[in-house]
Design a protein around this ligand. Structure first.
Ligand code: ADP
Ligand code: TRP
Length: 318
């Protein structure tokens, strides 16, 4: 292992990746890991996804899509260990240990749990414990930074509290991690102006074809009472500078169709190189297998050393 600070993050394979995922999470992964300043672990949170996806074929499909996405979006396996959470058993083992030092009232304060409760859902134990599995994901690697979207901030707080609690009870073992949230793209709006989310049906897929982009952009809701299309601009702003846009939006004041057409061109140009990489990787499954195998080997090596220290600290091994 190098002495570089560690970066850890992950995405659950629960749906097709959209621009919100890209600008809220993936792009930061790519930028931060390519700088070479960190030892990087980026994983597919398949055991987190199991709370939502309970269908073998769908789990396999979404997992495969996510690894293709990681690679197509620009994560370089020479600079980042890419792996599946389920291939590193220490994640679930450590989550159990954290469960034993965590109280029910404390977990009941988690937003995800409260939202599910408020909707009258019967919450699974896995959903309830979600923050402890996530704490394990992060703390196993001594992560210093965890790039995430705004909605994950509370989960990082849980990981920090859990590290501190463990260290207090069993002695200094874990590093207390920091979240890294890019403020100006903290929430990417969807075609209806709400947060872009697969749950709202307002997404633009990351590898959309030009036709799909056109269809989605044309469906962006615009307020007929104003001459400025807020929702078009909010997406445009992610891929073009304010200065360039100011001129374009000024010249085309009130012309929604022209502005939407400009957004289609810009999005297509932005997405095209990623889409090409995605399509070519799709035809070469052996690359993907090799990346995941190497990633799991590297992750297991680090995780096992940490687990030995943890087992000693709690007194189950000498
Ligand atoms: P979804 O809302 O579509 O279900 P997920 O919850 O699976 O997306 O999110 C995966 C990652 O993408 C998380 O890190 C999350 O913070 C980020 N993310 C998702 N949607 C957005 C958005 N609209 N704006 C910014 N980040 C987002
Ligand atoms: N909970 C995160 C999400 O829904 C995914 C995730 C799981 C994660 N474990 C993690 C993110 C560890 C960062 C670090 O997006």
């Amino acid at each position: 292992m190098t002495s570089k600070p560690v970066l850890v993050s992950g995405i659950k394979p629960t749906g097709d990746i959209h621009l919100g995922n890209y600008f809220g999470a993936l792009r930061q992964f790519v930028e931060m890991t390519n700088k070479g300043e960190h030892e990087c672990f980026i994983f597919i949170a398949d055991y987190h996804a199991l709370n939502f996806i309970q269908d073998k074929a769908e789990m396999q499909r979404l997992t495969h899509e996510l690894i293709l996405t990681y690679l197509a979006a620009g994560l370089d396996p020479a600079k980042v260990h890419l792996f599946k959470q389920s291939e590193v058993p220490a994640h679930t083992e450590l989550a159990w240990i954290f469960d034993t030092i965590t109280t029910v009232p404390y977990l009941m304060r988690a937003h995800a749990y409260k939202d599910a409760e408020a909707k009258g859902k019967e919450v699974s134990v896995g959903t309830f414990n979600y923050p402890m599995l996530m704490a394990a994901d992060i703390l196993l690697y001594d992560a210093a930074v965890v790039p995430v979207g705004q909605d994950q901030k509370q989960h990082i707080e849980y990981a920090r509290d859990t590290a501190e609690k463990f260290n207090r009870v069993f002695g200094e073992t874990f590093v207390v991690p920091e979240p890294k949230i890019v403020e100006d793209v903290a929430v990417v709006p969807g075609t209806d102006g709400q947060k872009m989310s697969k749950s709202y049906g307002n997404t633009i897929p990351l590898f959309a074809s030009r036709e799909e982009i056109a269809e989605k952009v044309m469906s962006i809701v615009t307020d007929s009472g104003s001459d400025f299309p807020e929702n078009v601009y909010a997406i445009h702003r992610l891929i073009k500078s304010e200065v360039e846009l100011a001129e374009q939006y000024d010249t085309n004041k009130g012309k929604y169709k022209a502005l939407k057409e400009a957004l289609i061109d810009d999005l297509d140009a932005f997405i095209a190189p990623m889409r090409e990489r995605y399509l070519s990787l799709k035809n070469d499954p052996s690359i993907v297998e090799k990346v995941l195998e190497d990633g799991a080997t590297a992750a297991n090596e680090v995780a096992q050393v940490k687990m030995e220290a943890v087992r000693k600290a709690i007194g189950v091994s000498e």
